[in-house]
Design a protein around this ligand. Structure first.
Ligand SMILES: [Zn+2]
Length: 341
């Protein structure tokens, strides 16, 4: 979803359900993982962040191979570990076999690729895991190598502890989520037998919020669905002319008018039970005008002012409506080459 990393996943317009932790006793979380498990998760995280697995680098298979080796070393049989190449990229599928009493498998999804990062644009090396003041920096630290590392480390931990699931658990890591998403299609078509599951949990959706300072868990967003994206190529054509005899109109101005019209366009507000539950819960832990608007919208989704307030915040623009944005300069054509005189 939505930096294109940030922008891809953040602009993925996730439909999320929030589980707010409001008032009452502190959330009961399970005991922290043992130090060795945490260290292993950190090591895996750092290693895969260190692999530049953006499009064109053909490095996703390196991530897959590294993780596959970790699974193998952790006791998963080679026959249950599948690296599935597709063009320059690859998927990784790992099956944690259960005793079958619980029914059909559950799949756990993440992706191994990242959005391109230009080193000169970054304050820190994007391909080195850096921790500062309790935050991780590096391409993929939030989208979504942290999830791939956590799932891997969790599977390894469960295996090491002798855990026997009541149904098969399947890891399905795709390799081009940020671009063509062909590996996801490949998984559910060509390799359906490997990933077929009763349902899938996608680590690339939802997400939690901790309070600043105390790091108390405030809310956890559970993604119920994800809006897809549609991209349009705008082309304008105009007779043009010599630049010493400029016309009042030309292809560039017409394209600019079209772009401004897109900017002005407001998508209609839409909602369902999920949207209302999500915003109601989020309103309990969101301060200021945004939180107030969430509460008003949850109580009355016809409240246009509340919807407008919510959609002013990029992180929430996709909740009650569709988000439109320009991700790349739109190409244009001009019928004649023009020079200024
Ligand atoms: Zn993602």
């Amino acid at each position: 979803m939505s930096s294109r990393c940030m922008s891809l996943c953040a602009s993925a317009a996730a439909l999320c359900m929030s589980l707010a932790v409001h008032g009452g006793p502190a959330v009961s979380t399970s005991a922290a993982a043992p130090d060795a498990v945490r260290a292993q998760a950190r090591e895996i995280f750092a290693h895969i962040v260190g692999i530049e697995s953006s499009i064109g680098k053909a490095n996703v298979p390196l991530v897959a191979q590294y993780l596959a080796e970790r699974f193998k070393a952790g006791g998963f049989p080679g026959a249950d570990i599948h690296i599935l190449p597709l063009g320059e990229t690859a998927s990784l599928v790992v099956r944690y076999r259960g005793n079958g009493k619980g029914g059909r498998p559950i799949a756990f999804m993440a992706h191994m690729d990242v959005v391109t990062a230009v080193r000169s644009d970054w304050k820190r090396d994007p391909y080195r895991l850096t921790e500062e003041d309790g935050f991780f920096f590096g391409r993929g630290t939030s989208d979504v190598k942290q999830e791939a590392a956590l799932l891997t480390a969790t599977f390894l931990r469960l295996k090491a502890e002798g855990f026997m699931p009541t149904r098969d658990l399947i890891i399905a890591f795709s390799g081009d989520e940020e671009t063509a998403q062909a590996t996801a299609r490949d998984l559910v078509t060509t390799h359906r037998d490997l990933v077929d599951a009763e349902f899938a949990l996608n680590g690339d959706g939802g997400g939690g919020v901790l309070s600043e300072g105390t790091a108390k868990p405030l809310i956890f967003y559970v993604q119920g669905a994800e809006k897809s994206s549609a991209q349009f190529l705008l082309t304008t054509r105009n007779p043009g002319g010599h630049s010493s005899q400029p016309r009042p109109d030309n292809a560039i101005y017409e394209l600019a008018d079209a772009l401004k019209a897109v900017q002005r366009y407001q998508f209609p507000v839409k909602w369902n039970e999920w949207t209302l539950g999500d915003l109601k819960a989020a309103s309990l832990v969101t301060k200021g005008p945004l939180g107030e608007a969430m509460a008003r919208f949850a109580a009355d989704p016809g409240n246009a002012a509340a919807a407008a307030e919510i959609t002013k915040t990029p992180a929430f623009v996709g909740r009650p409506s569709t988000a439109g944005s320009f991700r790349a300069p739109a190409p244009r054509t001009c019928r004649r080459h023009c020079r200024s005189w």
